[in-house]
Design a protein around this ligand. Structure first.
Ligand code: CAA
Length: 440
């Protein structure tokens, strides 16, 4: 069986930048440390008035197709993952294909198009669908295009406003991939939860504190389920662990949970016991709350150890670099974390070929998925071809007044204030939203 996985990636960030400690925190009357130290964020990528999930997704897909020299006939499947969809019937992939058909001679009439929804995890679910489609032999030699695109905006003064972001990730899924090979093993943790939802409304209703606990509970279940189909995992088995990153502070908690779990019954437990001065508590707990309290105590101790800190600095911290600058991209977020890690390794000259990544995806509502990937020999060239830093540096720096204006424009509420958007100029040679259609 040939290998199947991610052959190439591209991102397109929202073109505006909102500085959180300098611009947002003072306007909210907050200590900047809440953003930089607590949430772990320095900025949000914000969508300009001419950007939406279609334009960002189409621009990412177009950049990827151009770089790989692909024509529409090379793509047999286009899946869009989003939780910012505006059409309950037509999938966003049809809008994106329509944009791309404006700039290619061929069309995508032969391509199976769809839209996946399960909050932020649907990017990974679409990747899984593409993998299964190719493994099933239904692709007729064609590649799948997976596009994770979101405008992760919250209502003004919602606590989630601090974690906003906007951007798209395009993934090319093929046989004999250059970046990572996926495997058949997966683990899930899934339950009906109502901590974060958007029933026929533009901005989410969020119980933020509970959403953090739900993330951790489902992730713990997914790790255990993953281990039911693999060997028990060991913290040192993986070069990097990209998690879904709504904000880096969330990953700080998830990584400690994963490490605590994976260090069980290993020599690491003994070394930790030496450093912490007591054995970790792994007896059965009679309630979720009792488990959580004991786990929280142990995690506090754990994260103070040198052993853990070194592991975290090498295995998790590099996954967060881009996220700190862009905020939450919902469906694209875990895929940005993977790019961030590979980019860090390339900058450090580390040869990752053959190394494993453990990928922790999550979507509210709620489901977590754990799977492993193996880095392929072409990874470095693919990562070197990205212009992530240039895109981030080119963003327009918003004042707080401008931020308020642009947020109003993206708020489809007709009573929202009118906006003077003259200061923002849509770029040429890209897809932009003109209010009625999208223009190439
Ligand atoms: N210096 C250092 N740290 C500070 C600080 C300061 N001056 N002020 C606050 N902090 C710390 C706090 O201690 C806290 O850290 P811990 O969680 O480790 O204790 C952190 O900064 C955040 O502070 P608050 O808890 O006071 O922040 P908040 O109440 O305003 O809200 C939030 C935080 C609930 C996460 C909110 O941002 C939110 O609702 N976000 C949207 C929901 C979300 O992203 N949930 C994540 C899980 S769900 C998911 O992952 C799906 C998804 O993409 C949405």
């Amino acid at each position: 069986m040939t290998s199947v996985g991610i052959d190439a990636v591209e991102i397109r960030t929202g073109k505006l930048r909102l500085d959180l400690p300098e611009t947002f925190a003072p306007a909210q009357g907050d200590d900047p440390g809440k953003y930089t130290k607590g949430l772990g964020l320095t900025a949000s990528s914000f969508p300009d008035v001419y950007e939406d999930i279609v334009t960002m997704g189409a621009n990412a897909a177009h950049a990827l197709m151009e770089r790989k020299g692909l024509e529409p006939e090379d793509i047999g499947r286009i899946d869009v993952a989003t939780e910012s969809a505006f059409d309950n019937s037509k999938p966003v992939s049809t809008y994106i294909a329509g944009c791309l058909e404006q700039v290619y001679d061929g069309d995508f009439h032969h391509a199976n198009k769809g839209e996946r929804k399960f909050a932020c995890i649907s990017g990974t679910q679409s990747l899984d669908d593409a993998y299964n489609w190719i493994r099933a032999g239904r692709n007729r030699g064609r590649a799948a295009l997976v596009i994770a695109t979101d405008t992760a905006l919250y209502a003004r003064d919602d606590p989630g406003e601090a974690t906003q972001g906007a951007g798209a990730v395009a993934l090319l899924v093929t046989e004999d991939p250059d970046v990572v090979e996926l495997s058949t093993e997966q683990g899930y943790g899934s339950a009906d939860e109502t901590d974060f939802l958007k029933p026929q409304q533009q901005f989410p209703s969020v119980d933020g504190k509970r959403s953090v606990q739900v993330y951790l509970s489902r992730m713990r279940e997914a790790i255990e389920d993953f281990e039911s189909v693999t060997e028990p995992i060991h913290p040192d088995d993986f070069a990097f662990i990209p998690f879904h990153t709504p904000f880096p502070g969330m990953v700080r908690k998830a990584a400690a949970l994963g490490y605590r779990h994976a260090s069980r019954d290993t020599e690491i437990e003994e070394r930790l016991a030496d450093e912490i001065g007591r054995q970790p508590r792994y007896e059965a707990f009679d309630s979720e709350e009792a488990f959580r309290e004991a786990a929280a105590d142990y995690t506090d101790d754990l994260t103070d150890t040198d052993l853990y800190r070194e592991w975290y600095a090498e295995t998790v911290e590099p996954t967060l670099t881009i996220s700190r600058e862009v905020g939450n991209w919902y469906t694209g977020s875990v895929h940005v974390a993977r790019i961030s890690a590979l980019k860090a390794a390339a900058e450090d000259g580390v040869d990752l070929a053959g190394e494993k990544l453990l990928v922790g995806s999550y979507g509210s509502g709620a489901q977590a998925e754990i799977h492993a990937e193996t880095v392929q020999s072409g990874w470095e060239d693919e990562i070197a071809a990205l212009d992530v830093d240039e895109q981030l540096d080119a963003r327009y720096e918003l004042t707080f007044d401008e931020y308020e204006d642009v947020h109003d424009v993206h708020n489809h509420d007709e009573d929202a204030g009118a906006s003077d958007t003259d200061q923002f100029t849509a770029p040429e040679q890209e897809f932009v939203f003109d209010g009625w259609g999208r223009m190439g």
